[in-house]
Design a protein around this ligand. Structure first.
Ligand code: SPV
Ligand code: MG
Length: 307
């Protein structure tokens, strides 16, 4: 059984909307969990950025998987892995599913663009994958998974590529028929009209009702209650943690150099104690204390530790 996938499915079944935060490393995932998000999005952009490379299929599957696993191990909430286009063709998707599922990742998301993909917000055109080829990737993914709970999310890039609502709906039908457990409807519009037009049309169709997911980056003024009203069941704040750390580090470091002291930014940065708490230092100390007490007890009783 995949416990975290079960948790994710239960959240989808019981909550109005599942709130997911994009993370780029273990620490951002820990903070996301601490402030109350339901799940982690192991962001392709975030992981690429922490490696200092563009979000353009530069890192390989193993590098993305390791980063997602680090986030998973550091938290108790489910991790949804951004797997770009599935790292290649159908046999790459097959291996991807085996590896991600084995490491306890709750869900993977693949997008219907061509390899090598480019980040959806980059200027210039985007090349969509052939619909039937992508549907077959989804089908092979679902046939490959070993646990019932593991989820495969199909990401629709029709709006990103400028292909429009009809294309998005047609692809959504093909991908859900192929077994997709959820649909991520991506958009880089300035408002949520596009993604809302999709959900309105999609929900009018008498089809399998898979959960719909949004990533409100460019239409950042949309509110959770509007997403719920428009039948979205999961929201991913994909890159706000990454952008927050970039702007904060830029501000703090340049201030230190400019002013020749770190005193002006001292009140703005987290205390070291706060960092210690986030990375489980209390637990480490407790284990050490327990160990020392135990050792003393053995020594005083004269019994040798044999186990
Ligand atoms: C990511 O976080 O890598 C995503 C979401 O795929 S976005 O960059 O917003 O397209
Ligand atoms: Mg991505």
């Amino acid at each position: 059984m995949n416990n975290k996938a079960k948790i994710l499915r239960e959240a989808l079944a019981s909550q109005d909307i599942v709130k997911v935060v994009g993370a780029h490393d273990a620490l951002s995932a820990i903070i996301g969990e601490q402030v109350g998000f339901d799940a982690i999005w192991a962001s392709g952009l975030g992981i690429s950025a922490t490696h200092g490379v563009p979000d353009a299929s530069i890192l390989n599957m193993t590098e993305f998987l390791e980063a997602a696993e680090v986030m998973d191990k550091a938290t108790r909430i489910p991790v949804i892995a951004d797997c770009d286009t599935g790292f290649g063709e159908v046999n790459n998707v097959k291996r991807m599913i085996i590896e991600y599922e084995r490491r306890g990742i709750a869900a993977v998301c693949i997008e219907d663009k061509l390899f090598p993909k480019r980040n959806s917000f980059l200027a210039g055109g985007q090349d969509l994958a052939d619909m039937d080829e992508f549907a077959t990737k989804i089908e092979v993914a679902k046939r490959t998974q070993r646990t019932e709970e593991f989820m495969v999310i199909a990401r629709l890039e029709s709006f990103i590529a400028g292909a429009g609502l009809e294309d998005a709906l047609k692809r959504a039908r093909a991908y859900t028929d192929a077994g997709a457990d959820a649909l991520l409807v991506h958009s880089k519009a300035k408002d949520a009209e596009e993604v809302f037009s999709f959900s309105t049309h999609w929900n009018q169709e008498n089809r399998k009702k898979v959960p719909l997911i949004v990533v409100p980056t460019t239409y950042c003024d949309v509110e959770t209650k509007e997403l719920i009203r428009n039948q979205y069941r999961m929201v991913i704040y994909a890159n706000q943690a990454l952008r927050a750390s970039v702007s904060s580090i830029q501000h703090v470091l340049s201030n230190i150099l400019k002013s020749g002291t770190s005193k002006y930014i001292e009140d703005e940065v987290a205390e070291v104690k706060n960092v210690f708490n986030l990375i489980g230092t209390d637990d480490l100390n407790q284990t050490q204390q327990w160990y020392e007490g135990r050792l003393l007890a053995y020594r005083e009783s004269g019994v040798e530790i044999t186990r």
